[in-house]
Design a protein around this ligand. Structure first.
Ligand code: B12
Ligand code: SF4
Length: 524
C-alpha cells in the first residue's frame, strides 16, 4: 500500500504565528506529530509519504502515487480537510480521517470514507488489515486509552524539518483536572499516562541525529499532571543535555499549581525549560469556580505567575472572556491583570463550547447552543448565547486585544518579564554557564535583521520599538535573544489585532437560532 498522510492547512489566527514565522524564514510552528506517530504505527511494508499543506503544496502527483490517504487535524482545520477529502474522492481515492477533529465533529461532517475516533495505538492494526482487505468500516472508535509505552518513535524522516520553528515530543496525555470547557479530558482522559523516560530520550536522540538544535515543545496536555513522573523526566533531561552537550530549549504546557512546587520548578529550569503555557483563564474567581477550574482558586494568580517566572521560565497565558459570571468590569480587570502579570504572550479568547465538553452539554440543555463552532476561540464568533449582551461581549473582547497588543503595552510586559528573570548561574551544563550567544542561530539572525527593518524602519510604531531595544541593551543585555524573539512575536499579534479591529460590524447571534434541546439526548 502507498499511504499518503496529509495535514490540512490552518487558517491565519493568533495561534498560527504566521507573521512572526516569516521573520525566521519558517513556514509553520510545529510539525504534525499525530501523523508522524500514525505513520510509525502503520505496517512496515507500506510505503509512506507525508504532505503538511502548511509548509508545502499538495500536488496531483502526490495523490496519483497514493492507494490510501490518511488525514489528521483539529476542528479549526475542517475547511481545508473537507476540501482535500473532496479532491481525493474526485480521483477515486479512499480517505481516512483521525485526530482531535474526529472527536469534535460527526463522521458525516468529515465526509471521509473512514473516521477514526480516539488514539491510534490500540486500533491501527485492525484498521490497516481492513484497509488492505477492502473491508474497512465507516467508523472506528478506540475503546480504551492506550498506555503510552505502546506509542512508537514518531517517523521524523517524513517531514521537512527545517520548515518548522519548533520540533515536538510528547511525554504524557491527559490531565487530572476537570475544567468545564475543556475537551482534553474528554479526548485524552483524566488519568495522565506517560511514556517511559527512555522513549522521550530516544525521540530527542533522533532529533539531535537529524541535526535539530533549536527549541523542542513537549506537547503534553499538562506536563505536571503527574508531578512525580515530570520530575523523573526533568532529571533525565538535565543529564541528557549534559552528556549530549545539546542545549535544546524546552517549552511546555502546565497547570498553575506548578507554582506550588519549588523542587519541580528548579528541576524544570535545570532541564532547560524556558517557557511554559498556563491556562489562567480569568482573574475573576467566581468564573474559575463556575467553570470548575479550582486549581486556580484560593491563591494570588499574579504571585503564582511571578514565582514561575523567577525560575527563568517565560509564562505564556491562556485567558477566556464570556463566562456566565463575567460582568461589565471584566474587560478592565482582564487588561489590568495581564499588564501586571509580565505575560507578553497572552492568548485571550472568547469562550467556545467545544462539542463533547461538559460546557457544550450544559449549554445545550439550557437551549443556548447555536452550532458546533469553528474551533478557533481567538476570533470573535460565538457558538452559544452568552449571559452578557453578545454585542457588549464581542466589543469588549476586541477592546481587550487592542489594549494588550498595543506596541507600548506589549513592550512594557516584555520588560516586566525580563526584569523578573535576572541572570542566575545556570546548573544546566554541569555547573558551567551556557553561552550567552547560543540563541544566535542562522534563523534568529535572519529574524533580527528582518525585525530591525520591518519594526524599526518601516513600522508606524518604530519609536516604541527603538525605545524598547535601547532599554533591553542597557538593562537586560543578558536576555537580548529572548527580547528579540518576543519583539518578533509581538509583530504577529499586532498584525492580527489590527485585522480584527478593522472589522467594524459585530455579528451577534440570533436568539431563535439555537439548536433544539431535547431531553436526554445530545445534538452531536
Ligand atoms: C502542539 C499543539 C498545537 C500546536 C500546533 C501543533 C501542530 N502542528 O499540529 C500549536 C501550539 C500551534 C497549536 C495551536 C492550536 N491548537 Co493545538 N494542540 C497541540 C497539542 C498540545 C499537541 C498536538 C500533538 O502533537 N499531539 C500529539 C499527537 C501524537 O496526538 P494526536 O494528534 O492526538 O494523535 C493521536 C490520535 O489523535 C490519533 N490520530 C491523529 N491523527 C490521526 C490520523 C489518522 C488517520 C488516524 C487513524 C489516527 C490519528 O492517533 C495519534 C496517536 O494516538 C494538542 C493536545 C494533544 N494532546 O494532542 C492541542 C490541540 C490539538 N490544539 C487544539 C486547539 C483548539 C488549538 C487552537 C485552535 C487554539 C485556539 N484556541 O485557537 C490552535 C490552532 C492552530 C492555529 N493555527 O490557529 C485542540 C484541538 C481540539 C479539537 N477538538 O480540534 C487540542 C486537542 C487541545 C485542546 N485544548 O483541546 N496546537
Ligand atoms: S487544566 Fe487545562 S488540560 Fe487540564 S482540565 Fe483544565 S483546561 Fe483541561
Amino acid at each position: 500500500m502507498n499511504a499518503l498522510l496529509i495535514y490540512p492547512e490552518f487558517p491565519e489566527t493568533y495561534w498560527s504565528f504566521k507573521h512572526a514565522l516569516k521573520f525566521l524564514g519558517k513556514r509553520a510552528a510545529q510539525p504534525p506529530l499525530g501523523l508522524m506517530t500514525v505513520a510509525a504505527l502503520l505496517p512496515k511494508a507500506w510505503k509512506k509519504r507525508l504532505v503538511d499543506t502548511n509548509v508545502e503544496r499538495l500536488r496531483d502527483r502526490d495523490l496519483a502515487w497514493a492507494d490510501i490517504v490518511l488525514l489528521s487535524g483539529m476542528h479549526i482545520q475542517r475547511e481545508s480537510l473537507v476540501a482535500i477529502v473532496g479532491r481525493c474522492h474526485e480521483l477515486g481515492l479512499r480517505t481516512v480521517v483521525g485526530g482531535p477533529i474526529a472527536s469534535s465533529l460527526s463522521p458525516a461532517d468529515l465526509t471521509a470514507d473512514h473516521v477514526v475516533i480516539g488514539e491510534a495505538e490500540a486500533l491501527i492494526a485492525d484498521l490497516a488489515r481492513d484497509l488492505e482487505q477492502g473491508t474497512a468500516k465507516p467508523v472506528y472508535q478506540a475503546m480504551e486509552k492506550p498506555e503510552m509505552a505502546t506509542s512508537p518513535l514518531p517517523d521524523l524522516s517524513l517531514i521537512k524539518m527545517r520548515r518548522y520553528s519548533t520540533m515536538t515530543v510528547q511525554y504524557s496525555r491527559g490531565c487530572p483536572f476537570n475544567c468545564e470547557f475543556c475537551d482534553i479530558i474528554e479526548i485524552y482522559g483524566r488519568r495522565p499516562r506517560t511514556k517511559a523516560v527512555a522513549q522521550v530520550i530516544a525521540e530527542l536522540d533522533q532529533l539531535r541525529a537529524a541535526g535539530w538544535r533549536e527549541s523542542v515543545f513537549v506537547v503534553d496536555d499538562n506536563f505536571i499532571g503527574n508531578k512525580a513522573r515530570a520530575k523523573e523526566l526533568c532529571v533525565a533531561l538535565a543529564e541528557w543535555r549534559r552528556q549530549s552537550k545539546t542545549g535544546f530549549d524546552f517549552i511546555t504546557e502546565a497547570s498553575l499549581n506548578l507554582a506550588d512546587d519549588p523542587e519541580l520548578m528548579q528541576l524544570m529550569k535545570d532541564a532547560g525549560f524556558v517557557s511554559v503555557f498556563l491556562g489562567i483563564e480569568t482573574p475573576d474567581e467566581s468564573g474559575l469556580i463556575a467553570s470548575h477550574k479550582l486549581q486556580n482558586t484560593r491563591r494570588s494568580l499574579l504571585e503564582s505567575v511571578a514565582t514561575i517566572q523567577s525560575y527563568g521560565m517565560q509564562v505564556m497565558g491562556g485567558f477566556i472572556l464570556g463566562f456566565d459570571t463575567d460582568r461589565d468590569d471584566i474587560f478592565d480587570r482582564m487588561v489590568d491583570f495581564i499588564e501586571k502579570s509580565g505575560i507578553p504572550i497572552a492568548m485571550v479568547g472568547l469562550l467556545q463550547a467545544m462539542p463533547g465538553t461538559q460546557l457544550f452539554r450544559r449549554l445545550w440543555r439550557e437551549g443556548r447552543i447555536l452550532d458546533a463552532g469553528h474551533g478557533d476561540n481567538t476570533d470573535d464568533k460565538l457558538n452559544f448565547l452568552p449571559n452578557m449582551d453578545a454585542t457588549r461581549l464581542v466589543e469588549g473582547y476586541r477592546s481587550v486585544l487592542k489594549r494588550i497588543y498595543s506596541c507600548e503595552a506589549y513592550y512594557e510586559r516584555v520588560k516586566l518579564y525580563l526584569s523578573r528573570t535576572q541572570p542566575q548561574p545556570s546548573k544546566r551544563t554541569n555547573g558551567e554557564r551556557e553561552s550567552r550567544y547560543r540563541w544566535l542561530t542562522v534563523s534568529n539572525a535572519r529574524a533580527f535583521v528582518t525585525s530591525i527593518l520591518r519594526q524599526g524602519v518601516f513600522a508606524r510604531h518604530r519609536w516604541s520599538y527603538w525605545k524598547f531595544l535601547l532599554t533591553v541593551v542597557m538593562r537586560y543585555r543578558h536576555r537580548v535573544g529572548a527580547a528579540m524573539t518576543l519583539a518578533v512575536m509581538g509583530y504577529h499579534f499586532q498584525v492580527m489585532t489590527r485585522r480584527l479591529s478593522a472589522v467594524s460590524s459585530v455579528v451577534v447571534p440570533a436568539t431563535d437560532k439555537c439548536l433544539p434541546a431535547e431531553p436526554g439526548g445530545q445534538p452531536l
